[in-house]
Design a protein around this ligand. Structure first.
Ligand SMILES: C[S@@+](CC[C@H](N)C(=O)[O-])C[C@H]1O[C@@H](n2cnc3c(N)ncnc32)[C@H](O)[C@@H]1O
Length: 383
């Protein structure tokens, strides 16, 4: 993996998080980072007083613009860790970090890395349009992300929208906010009905499958094992929490107490799950925890009875298996002896190979034409 980033006259060591991923071709910055840093540092007329950076992936922007004391906003716990790791590796002060549900601070210049998620972009443009003071916005992204639809969204919330020429397959979008525009109210969190469970599931703007109940997650949620009293259960990569909600639903119907930990690296996901439990399983709220973290980091070894997981297969825009693998490896460590993990996966994904390697075997709990639910039991070696 290339970890030395040369930008203008500076060189930084930049790593993805976690370090040491299998795909050595992946690096922690891209041409969209380079383009916006070069633009900002070459243009004296851009005010860098009160710089706000949205969606820095692995800290390239926080590092290269560190001397401007930026505030960095991200929905990703993993990005926050990457930013801290890379500032430390380059002996730089960590920036102020905010998550994407927090109110934006007033700023003269906002740098926004475009993501594929149009709903999240609209949410963030809405947030910028709520700032009291005028500011300029410089968005950066791969040219494929600078679409007519994206520019139309910028025009809905901001003024004087223009674009740069493309350079190394990336482009900038320039815009201004001056408080004179009538902008629509945010539609987030959105709600979708799950009639089979008589539930309404709410999701913030950056949550996976927010406009419909995910079919893989739903397959697992509708085929849960029989839960037992006082089990400690993790909904791992919980998104809006539909799998954990289904566990709470079963526990309520059978009048048993269970503890459910909703874990995800997206702050918006964790807060959506919390909202859903608070509104629909209020009496069980005290037995639930909601934590933004990286996979199972922070859990006690051999403390969990059951892990329910619909694993992610990408990090930002890159398809990867490493998060699912980290989840399985940590599950082996955190499950009690005899504890179980249920993993739902698209039939074309070869998780069975990894599950067999890590747990020594697996059973197929359910299968349909699209998805398989694997079940593994943790057998600890006798001491
Ligand atoms: C395929 S989605 C499943 C969401 C939900 N459980 C469902 O079934 O609809 C995978 C989830 O894993 C989360 N995720 C990605 N990387 C993670 C990490 N390193 N640690 C914890 N969660 C992560 C994503 O934010 C996403 O919500």
């Amino acid at each position: 993996m290339n970890v030395q980033w040369q930008i203008i006259d500076k060189q930084y060591d930049l790593f993805r998080f976690p370090k040491g991923q299998h795909d050595k071709s992946l690096q922690a910055w891209d041409s969209a980072d380079e383009l916006v840093v070069e633009h900002l540092l070459a243009n004296d007329e851009v005010s860098t007083d009160g710089l706000l950076i949205l969606n820095d992936n692995f800290g390239a922007l926080a590092v290269a613009l560190n001397h401007l004391s930026p505030t960095v906003v991200t929905d990703s716990y993993v990005s926050q860790q990457a930013i801290l790791q890379n500032c430390e590796a380059n002996e730089l002060t960590a920036p102020k970090l905010l998550d994407s549900l927090e109110k934006l601070p007033e700023s003269k210049t906002v740098i926004l890395r475009l993501t594929k998620n149009m709903g999240f972009l609209e949410y963030q443009l809405g947030q910028i349009s709520q700032l009291a003071e005028p500011c300029q916005i410089i968005a950066t992204g791969k040219t494929t992300l600078v679409t007519k639809g994206v520019l139309a969204l910028f025009e809905k919330y901001l003024k004087n929208v223009t674009t740069s020429l493309a350079k190394k397959k990336s482009r900038l979008i320039f815009a201004e906010h001056d408080n004179s525009m009538q902008v629509p109210e945010s539609k987030y969190p959105v709600t979708v009905a799950w009639p089979e469970k008589a539930l309404d599931v709410k999701s913030h703007a950056n949550v996976y499958s927010k406009e419909q109940i995910d079919i893989g997650g739903r397959f697992l949620a509708e085929n849960l094992p029989e839960l037992t009293r006082n089990q400690i259960i993790v909904d791992l990569g919980c998104g809006n929490g539909l799998i954990g909600l289904s566990a709470l639903h079963q526990a309520k119907e059978r009048n048993i107490d269970i503890n459910v930990k909703f874990l995800d690296e997206s702050f918006m996901a964790v807060d959506s799950a919390r909202l859903n439990v608070a509104e629909q399983f209020e009496t069980q709220l005290e037995q639930c925890e909601f934590t933004a973290t990286d996979c199972l980091t922070g859990e006690e070894p051999q403390s969990l009875d059951l892990i329910l997981c619909n694993p992610p297969f990408h990090q930002h825009n890159t398809i990867t298996e490493h998060i699912a693998l980290q989840m399985f490896t940590q599950a082996r460590e955190m499950l009690k002896n005899g504890g179980k993990i249920f993993v739902v996966a698209n039939n074309h994904l070869h998780y069975s190979y990894h599950l067999k390697n890590i747990f020594g075997g697996f059973k197929v709990h359910r299968k349909n034409t699209k998805f398989t639910i694997y079940k593994c039991t943790n057998h600890l070696e006798p001491k």
